[in-house]
Design a protein around this ligand. Structure first.
Ligand SMILES: Cc1cc2nc3c(=O)[nH]c(=O)nc-3n(C[C@H](O)[C@H](O)[C@H](O)COP(=O)(O)OP(=O)(O)OC[C@H]3O[C@@H](n4cnc5c(N)ncnc54)[C@H](O)[C@@H]3O)c2cc1C
Length: 297
């Protein structure tokens, strides 16, 4: 099922992001976690694509498994890195042949060892070009990324927003954010986007920080800032893993509630292939209330 069709029957959605497990042991662990997460009944799931297409086979195998064996609407992430138009077309045909209907289309980060994004021969420079190409030749539902606190390479927040408009005009049907922790920034961003005519679903991408030492990693990874009260609380309990976990979890539950109660169209949860935090958070949220199916008359 296309994610856009899910929106027709579910006003707000919740979804999980996974990455392909690295080896057999991680795959066993992953299977256990997916089993737990599926009990929460998410609206859809997505599977990341390694920089440079390094784990392309594993991404395709995993989307096939989740979509066709588990029966979960699944989006395959796909990037422009090292991808010519011919390769993209062949990959799209392969995804189509295994019944994938949803894609998260991205530019991609430079692969390890490279500092700048390099356009592949006969490839694309921006996600918007990839989205336009996929829209022209294929019938997938197309998602794109957005950045509440601007993409790291963008010259300004305004320029980034204008580029996002191009992405939507090119055919992005829904947008999922990079992780962020400050809801005020999300609401301000959505207001600005609406003012320049971007009328998309801006789905917040959420992750809990459950240890003080994760702060640096997460801020570096996303370019997002950490509200001082959260940083302070995590610092205070940095020697107590149980308390830190609870601080991070409580913050995320509050963050999700505030987003959902003030108009966010859902939550996309970065699971990091784990299940404990997601289960604790979504069991605490009233999922039946927030993510109820619309009544069909
Ligand atoms: C939800 C989500 C999922 C992700 N999944 C993956 C994944 O699976 N694999 C992976 O490798 N990476 C993934 N990423 C990371 C992503 O690839 C990087 O953040 C990448 O640096 C930017 O990708 P993008 O699609 O947002 O690029 P773009 O939208 O192309 O933007 C990249 C930069 O170019 C600028 N720009 C865009 N259009 C123009 C234009 N016309 N003129 C001038 N400048 C322009 C933008 O302002 C921005 O600074 C994901 C990110 C998010 C938020």
């Amino acid at each position: 099922m296309k994610i856009t069709d899910i929106f027709k029957r579910q006003e707000k959605t919740f979804s999980f992001e996974f990455f392909p497990p690295k080896d057999e042991i991680s795959a066993v662990d992953f299977g256990i976690n997916v089993g737990r997460l599926m009990k929460l009944d998410p609206s859809f799931v997505t599977v990341t694509y390694g920089a440079g297409g390094s784990n392309q086979d594993r991404t395709f195998a995993l989307v096939d498994y989740l979509q066709n064996k588990i029966g979960m609407p699944t989006a395959a992430h796909y990037t422009c890195v090292n991808a010519s138009r011919e390769k993209i077309a062949a990959d799209m045909q392969e995804l189509e042949s295994i019944g994938i209907e949803n894609l998260m289309l991205l530019r991609g980060d430079p692969p390890k060892g490279q500092t700048e994004f390099v356009v592949a021969e006969n490839g694309f420079k921006y996600a918007s070009e990839l989205i336009e190409f996929v829209k022209e030749y294929f019938s997938f539902c197309r998602a794109g990324a957005f950045y509440v606190e601007k993409h790291v390479e963008a010259e300004s927040a305004e320029a980034d927003l204008q580029h996002l408009k191009k992405k939507v005009d090119a055919g992005a049907e829904l947008l999922v954010s990079q992780l962020f922790f400050d809801n005020k920034k999300y609401f301000e961003f959505v207001d600005k986007a609406r003012k320049i005519g971007i009328n998309s679903r801006f789905i917040p991408g959420i992750i809990p920080i459950t240890a003080y030492k994760q702060i640096e990693r997460f801020t570096k990874m996303s370019g997002s800032s950490i509200p001082p009260e959260l940083a302070l609380a995590l610092e205070e309990h940095q020697d107590d893993a149980k308390k830190s976990y609870q601080v991070g979890l409580d913050y995320t539950i509050k963050q999700c509630r505030e987003l959902l109660e003030n108009g966010a169209p859902g939550i996309h949860f970065y699971t990091l292939n784990k299940s404990r935090a997601a289960v604790d958070i979504f069991e605490s949220l009233d999922t039946k209330k927030y993510f109820a199916e619309k009544e069909v008359i």
